[in-house]
Design a protein around this ligand. Sequence first.
Ligand code: UDP
Length: 218
Amino acid sequence: MGAINMLGLAKRVRARILQASTSEVYGDPKVHPQTESYWGHVNPIGIRSCYDEGKRVAETLMMDYHRQNHVDIRIVRIFNTYGPRMAVNDGRVVSNFIVQALRNQPITIYGDGSQTRSFCFVSDLVDGIWRLMNTEGLTGPVNIGNPREFTIRELAGLVISLTGSKSEIVSRPLPQDDPVQRQPDISLAAAKLGWQPSVALKDGLVQTIDYFQRRLAQ
Ligand code: UDP
């Protein structure tokens, strides 16, 4: 409903409108890395489905308003992103691990930690979105994310070493429909936007740890 309302507004005032879509539209992908032309592998009735299908139908609405009403749309598919100003209780893996490490609490790995994600620093994401919004004649969808892939166990090790934490690693059950791997193919963003990520995971983690250290001290 929010997407319909915003698309109606964009149509009325002739605004350019951006949908912050997600790698989640690819579901648990059977094609690796994921290109924008891949249609995805999504469970329509699982616990993540409201998010996946919500984002997918929002992309559909964006494209329909573009085709029928010539609304000036942009769709970005955002892969895992992290950085300063995440909420302490956000629940995603990077903030969870950093907060747990700084508090010397157990680091909770869901499943065996062999699942992979690629982590994009927030400033790289903003740069990609800014370029997309300022490029003519390109609706997207365009993947924006960091193609360097890490296992969740590798991330835990990196966070422990960068924080000097005494935390131990504990296993927790893997949530249903948790994707096994996720990695963006960013050729389209490179070709059309001249974009590529520039912040390595270690450097971004140092900045994010610094933020959470100050945040937790308050
Ligand atoms: N994860 C984990 N421990 C946590 C939080 C998340 O092992 O405390 C795992 C989660 O099961 C998933 C990965 O880390 O495999 C990324 O999870 P997140 O919620 O950050 O993002 P998404 O699954 O949407 O990519």
